[in-house]
Design a protein around this ligand. Structure first.
Ligand code: PMP
Length: 420
């Protein structure tokens, strides 16, 4: 596939950094390099570090690992982490026979997303397909690029393929539709998860109308469907990346919801020509993701192995399943008849329609805040900023008592609202 038609003018102007391009030559036997601008490590005060894990074990970065973590490193990621994540992707997304694909490690998936948007969009000149509603952080990165946002309707199973095809054929604008931005698992904010059948159909539509698919999947590891066997595959485990037969899918992964959000580790996977452009951007931007964050993540993942990670993920899923069930219990107890919602099978959000409320933004900002209960008004997730009756509630951190109290407060407000 020729990707040039998808690239923005800015991305096409990106050139390899002359200094970063020398990095592979440093490995040649006998090479004496006076080329790099590497600071002298004798100036670094750090020697080694040890992290105490909650299970009582320890992860250490010895002198050698520290010297890599503390120094400038390749823009795609430090070798240890790059290799672990690449193998992980091969296994999780059936890439063993795939040609010409690559990954790049970024500072969370948000970093990769904004780079991908800049790679593909010329300000004001392109159109994109976005779920309605969708993630505010993606909208924040898209807005300055001024794409025409074609809204794609979703239900509890995510994008409705027939609706996707309808909005494309009804689009009469002259701008090229560059990509579909989708959050396939535990969608933020709706909690929706795509079925495998829908993913297949979406990919067929992408081929028919020749656009790319940006699969932003930070809740992939927060799949709450109970499995008999830890390695069983559910619909959310079968990704669009794994089904991509024509090199259209650029996938975004994140460790934010399973290891730490502050550690800022994400990675982007897809056809090499696309990853290469993001790489050029990274060379000119942050240079690379924090070496310390990458170092400790590599040490942990190497210590755990794939099985250890799977077991950790299973525990995280168990935690979130409990959180979700507690919240649904509170909602059922206090808000029955006042809200409509679907129970999410992944992620950390419940998307509720407040019955009888036309504009949830003023309702939340004027009334709920005063009553000391906060939720995000649905308008924040509207690609074209339209008001509506929805709110996003997160069930990730509060305990049953506070969940109950929050739902009780919201119920009181909705009762008052109904009276008026
Ligand atoms: N995409 C979506 C859909 C998200 O919900 C988030 C986090 N809220 C991100 C991307 C960013 O995640 P990260 O911490 O990996 O940058």
């Amino acid at each position: 596939m020729n990707y040039t038609k998808f690239f923005s003018k800015m991305s096409l102007l990106r050139q390899p950094s002359p200094i970063r391009s020398l990095a592979p030559l440093l490995k040649l036997p006998g090479m004496i390099s006076l080329a790099g601008g590497l600071p002298n490590p004798l100036s670094f005060p750090f020697e080694s570090c040890t992290f105490n894990l909650k299970d009582g074990s320890q992860i250490s970065l010895d002198k050698a690992a520290m010297s890599i973590a503390l120094q400038y490193s390749p823009s795609e990621g430090i070798a240890d982490l790059y290799e672990v994540l690449k193998s992980h992707q091969i296994e999780k997304h059936s890439l063993v026979d795939r040609q010409d694909w690559n990954i790049i490690i970024t500072s969370g998936s948000q970093d990769a997303l904004t780079k991908a948007f800049e790679m593909l969009l010329d300000p004001g000149e392109d159109a994109v397909l976005v779920e309605n509603p969708t993630y505010t952080g993606a909208l924040a990165a898209l807005h300055p690029l001024q794409p025409e946002m074609i809204e794609v309707p979703i239900d509890a199973n995510g994008i409705i393929p027939e609706e996707l095809e309808r909005v494309i054929t009804e689009y009469k604008g002259a701008k090229k539709i560059k990509f579909l931005y989708t959050i396939p698992t535990g969608q933020n904010p709706s909690g929706a998860s795509l079925t495998v059948d829908r993913k297949k159909k979406i990919l067929e539509i992408a081929e028919k109308f020749d656009f790319l698919v940006l699969e932003d999947d930070p809740y992939f590891y927060l799949n709450l469907v109970e499995k008999e066997n830890i390695n069983d595959k559910t619909d959310s485990d079968v990704t669009m990346l794994s089904m991509d037969g024509s090199g259209r899918v650029l996938r975004f992964d994140s460790l934010s919801k399973v290891l730490s959000s502050g550690i800022r580790i994400g990675w982007c996977t897809g056809p090499s020509p696309l990853i290469q452009r993001i790489h050029l951007h990274q060379q000119a931007n942050s240079l690379h993701t924090s070496g310390l964050s990458q170092g400790v993540t590599a040490a942990l993942l190497n210590e755990w192995g794939q099985d250890g990670l799977t077991q950790h993920v299973a525990k995280v899923q168990e935690l979130y399943r409990k959180q979700r069930d507690m919240f649904v219990k509170s909602v059922e107890k206090h808000l029955k008849g006042y809200v409509e919602y679907s129970v999410p099978t992944a992620g950390m959000f419940l998307w509720m329609k407040l019955i009888g409320v036309e504009d949830s933004k003023s309702f939340i900002e004027e009334k709920a805040r005063e009553k000391k209960v906060l939720m995000v008004p649905g308008q924040a997730f509207q690609p074209n900023d339209k008001p509506g009756p929805y709110v996003r509630a997160s069930f990730s951190v509060e305990g049953q008592e506070n969940m109950d109290l929050a739902c009780e407060r919201l119920a009181e407000l909705l009762k008052e609202n109904r009276k008026n």
